[in-house]
Design a protein around this ligand. Structure first.
Ligand SMILES: CC(C)(COP(=O)(O)OP(=O)(O)OC[C@H]1O[C@@H](n2cnc3c(N)ncnc32)[C@H](O)[C@@H]1OP(=O)(O)O)[C@@H](O)C(=O)NCCC(=O)NCCS
Length: 133
């Protein structure tokens, strides 16, 4: 396995969003915009270049990093790929000396992130989201 520091293809991102159940029918144009947006990408591939999984963070390079899109292909999960990607993400955030490195775990994923050194904030400091119109 190798971890590339460049974006996945738009089609690959769309496939992973669908597989994760996050977007039912990804818009190809939006996917193309998303992969070239200002993100620090980490993309795991096998020795033939086939996609295994992705992670990225968005940052101001000083105060904040927001880790998003940690997704491993369904048939490649529980093989250490998510951990390897996240270890690279964390190492890069530490190298950049970012004050606050954040993520929002999907349901059931808190133990995965705890094993990587993250802790859950108390219920008095929840993640908030803008309502959909
Ligand atoms: C969550 C996810 C990224 C984990 O990646 P993975 O490659 O399957 O995980 P790894 O094999 O690297 O596991 C690393 C460690 O976390 C543990 N772990 C993995 N998934 C876990 C889960 N769902 N619950 C609890 N522990 C988990 C593993 O047992 C392993 O522990 P170990 O180091 O003691 O052996 C992957 O399952 C996934 O892509 N899920 C669908 C998308 C998603 O929900 N992403 C998270 C969004 S916040």
């Amino acid at each position: 396995m190798q971890i590339e520091r460049k974006p996945p293809l738009a089609d690959e991102l769309a496939m992973l969003y669908q597989q994760a159940g996050w977007i039912e029918n990804p818009c190809p144009e939006k996917m193309r915009r998303s992969v070239v947006s200002d993100s620090q990408w980490f993309v795991a591939r096998d020795s033939d270049g086939a996609l295994l999984g992705i992670a990225r963070f968005i940052t101001d390079y000083v105060r904040y990093a927001f880790i998003v899109d940690v997704i491993i292909k369904e048939n490649q999960q529980r093989k250490g790929i998510g951990k390897a990607l996240m270890n690279e993400v964390v190492a890069e955030c530490r190298t950049l000396d970012i004050d606050s490195v954040n993520l929002w775990p999907s349901e059931g994923k808190i133990p995965f992130y705890e094993s990587l050194g993250f802790y859950a904030l108390p219920a008095s400091q929840p993640h908030m989201k803008l309502k959909v119109d």
